[in-house]
Design a protein around this ligand. Structure first.
Ligand SMILES: N[C@@H](CCC(=O)N[C@@H](CS)C(=O)NCC(=O)O)C(=O)O
Length: 229
């Protein structure tokens, strides 16, 4: 297939990158077929052609595109006849608020809970790299983060309150149907719920219901054609 996405994987094949998830939903939104290439943190050489060291990286024919926002803009520009990812200019501007909230508030809140659990599930070759880079980022050991998991979860619950209130009154963040704003927040929540060793939300939480609805909107409720999560 001429369209491929490098997708971060755990040792058991679980795909857990919030940034890769948003791109997978954007590709589904644009009705574009693709296959994923499982990628490990230490596989830097595999994505060297993208000129940087992180996933997602999309190969679309002759185009190599890195960074989830740049990929979303590329898809919108390249496939204008498919459903829009952003809506009209004011909607697009509001979506940038959602992106910035997700990356500066929601992602750190989830990372504080899941980092030690992610470490346990990585392939052995990725574990030393992950420990070194994440301990430098958090300025403490993964074991210390693990000890604070319960209080990190309480902070996470406070962080998602506005999202719960929003989704109690409307189907999607973008209104009647999902768009890039939903893809961004879904990616974060999917990372958290897949990788946290303790449940992040109660079973009947409106956020979990919204996640199911997002997947079923794109016909992904029973997983991806390739069989990975
Ligand atoms: N700004 C980038 C961030 C991508 C990113 O941070 N990806 C992580 C996986 S979730 C990564 O590849 N990290 C590699 C590393 O830490 O070495 C985007 O929006 O795509």
């Amino acid at each position: 297939m001429s369209r491929q996405l490098y997708d971060l994987t755990a040792a058991d094949g679980t795909r857990f990158s919030p940034y890769c998830w948003r791109v997978k939903l954007a590709l589904a939104h644009k009705n574009l077929k693709y296959e994923t290439i499982p990628w490990h943190f230490t596989d830097k050489a595999a994505i060297a052609a993208s000129g940087q060291e992180k996933v997602p990286v999309l190969i679309d024919g002759a185009h190599v595109v890195a960074d989830s926002q740049i990929i979303a803009d590329y898809l919108e520009r390249t496939y204008p006849n498919e459903e829009t990812l952003f809506g009209d200019p004011p909607a697009r501007a509001l979506t940038m608020f959602v992106k910035n909230w997700a990356e500066t508030i929601l992602h750190p809140a989830i990372a504080r809970i899941v980092a030690p659990d992610v470490y346990q599930r990585l392939a052995p070759q990725d574990q030393p790299y992950f420990r070194q880079t994440r301990e430098a980022m958090f300025k403490c050991r993964l074991e210390d983060i693990k000890k604070d998991q319960q209080s990190a979860k309480e902070k996470f619950i406070a962080t998602v309150k506005p999202l719960q209130r929003l989704l109690s009154g409307q189907r999607f963040i973008a209104g009647e149907s999902p768009n890039w704003a939903d893809h961004i927040v879904f990616g974060a929540m999917r990372w958290g719920t897949l990788m946290s060793a303790m449940p992040l939300l109660q079973e009947n939480d409106v956020i979990l219901k919204w996640m199911e609805t997002v997947l079923s909107t794109y016909g992904l409720e029973s997983g991806f054609p390739e069989g990975h999560q």
